[in-house]
Design a protein around this ligand. Structure first.
Ligand SMILES: Nc1ncnc2c1ncn2[C@@H]1O[C@H](COP(=O)(O)OP(=O)(O)OP(=O)(O)O)[C@@H](O)[C@H]1O
Ligand SMILES: [Mg+2]
Length: 398
């Protein structure tokens, strides 16, 4: 990593001496006489080491403190006249070292090496932090009711959880959502309580409004009464998703059978949109309309079509579905009335309760494929040295 050395001193004889030493060491460097100029340049690059030399007009400890607070990835080395040396102040201001300007050169070089190591470690940690805190948002949608959105959301959550990923399900079917019920949970708090009791009073933390299921999956349940839905807006969802991205590996958003403001916000923030289709004409027609709408919103790239209740008995072929939707089917889930109903009645998602059934295997496969795509994307981004990647699927469970 190429480091930039920024030398600060209004006394030329000191700054040039430091510059010459850095030139000898082939270190990229620049002299600044006043702090405001140096500060402006700190915004421009990341790997910075500031060397503050003797100053009479500027307090080196105060400057050091401001730099370490405002630019936490930067290391600061103080090279001062002996009468100005105060190790305690140096420590409080966050300096890597405080040295006498008359120290021998090797001592200064050792401190510079230490500063480089500190900056490298901080930058690495910062990148890891970025990678870690970037959950993948998967929104399950269809503009037709009863096609299997909630069934897929809940079972996919269990599938990801089996991979040791930290999962939250947000029930954005704000009027009639029943995702918590499928986990056999009766939530004492819902998204409504979060908005009313936390978001609106400025605290905004959501953690105590989340319901935990027995597997360790978190659920932010839909309001207890349909009329409470009105209070929840797109602004709330934007905030919630931003916060949750830092705390989870996967966020699964279940939506109602219509594109309302809250679900549109989720769709826009999503990495993956799972659009449920099935082998019947009304669902197909609605699917086509949904794709057109998502296309207008610039979201078509994110759509993955899932064919639910796939069956040879239906009077429609898969290729017709692909032809009408003008999209490939990404995953198929067979029709299995018995497994689905007993799973609902027991409040146990079938991916856990009936692992060997084809329906459970199908949901596992879809989740695995999404996982794989995520990992490939991470690799591509890594190679491209891109920092802000879309997908993240490292094992991050706390
Ligand atoms: N693959 C399947 N095989 C058999 N039954 C299924 C399948 N998928 C879903 N179902 C059943 O279909 C019904 C509707 O499913 P679900 O509630 O998941 O749909 P939804 O899209 O969330 O509906 P809504 O729009 O009302 O929220 C449920 O009774 C569910 O058990
Ligand atoms: Mg539903």
């Amino acid at each position: 990593m190429r480091m930039n050395y920024l030398i600060l001193s209004e006394k030329k004889m000191y700054s040039t001496a430091i510059k010459m030493m850095l030139d000898d060491l082939k270190k990229n460097n620049k002299i600044y006489e006043i702090f405001s100029d140096l500060k402006a340049d700190l915004f421009n690059s990341k790997a910075n080491i500031v060397v503050i030399g003797p100053n009479s007009l500027q307090n080196p400890y105060e400057i050091c403190q401001e730099i370490t607070r405002s630019f936490p990835l930067t290391a600061v080395l103080l090279l001062l006249n002996s009468e100005d040396i105060d190790y305690k102040k140096g420590m409080y201001s966050g300096a890597v070292d405080v040295l006498d300007i008359e120290s021998d050169e090797q001592e200064v070089i050792d401190s510079l090496k230490k500063a480089e190591t500190v900056v490298t470690l901080k930058i690495d940690a910062d990148i890891d932090e970025d990678e870690k805190n970037n959950a993948k948002i998967i929104t399950v949608c269809s503009t037709k009711g009863g096609v299997g959105k909630t069934t897929l959301s809940v079972n996919m959550a269990v599938a990801f959880n089996k991979h040791n990923l930290k999962v939250v399900v947000i029930d954005l079917d704000l009027q009639f959502g029943d995702a918590a019920l499928l986990f056999d949970q009766q939530p004492t708090h819902t998204i409504y309580d979060w908005v009313k009791r936390s978001y609106e009073n400025g605290d905004k933390s959501y953690q105590s409004f989340v319901t935990k299921d027995k597997f360790g999956i978190d659920i932010l349940a839909a309001p207890a009464l349909p009329e409470f839905a009105e209070l929840i807006t797109g602004e709330h969802i934007t905030y919630l998703l931003e916060k949750m991205k830092k705390d989870y590996d996967v966020i699964i958003v279940d939506t109602p059978a219509a594109f309302v403001e809250t679900s549109l916000v989720a769709l826009e923030s999503s990495d993956v949109i799972l659009l449920i289709a099935s082998l019947d004409l009304p669902t197909l027609k609605n699917g086509k309309l949904a794709i057109e709408t998502l296309n207008l919103l610039g979201l078509k790239e994110k759509i993955y079509v899932i064919l639910n209740r796939d069956s040879e008995m239906a009077g429609m072929t898969r290729s017709l579905v692909e032809e009408v939707l003008e999209m490939k089917i990404f995953g198929r889930i067979p029709s299995d009335y018995h497994t689905v109903i007993s799973s609902i009645n027991k409040g146990e998602p079938f991916v856990d309760m009936a692992t060997r059934t084809p329906i459970a295997k199908a949901v596992m496969k879809i989740s695995d494929q999404l996982l794989q795509e995520g990992q490939e994307e991470v690799e591509v981004n890594r190679k491209a040295k891109k920092k802000n990647k879309l997908f993240f699927f490292q094992r991050n469970k706390k």
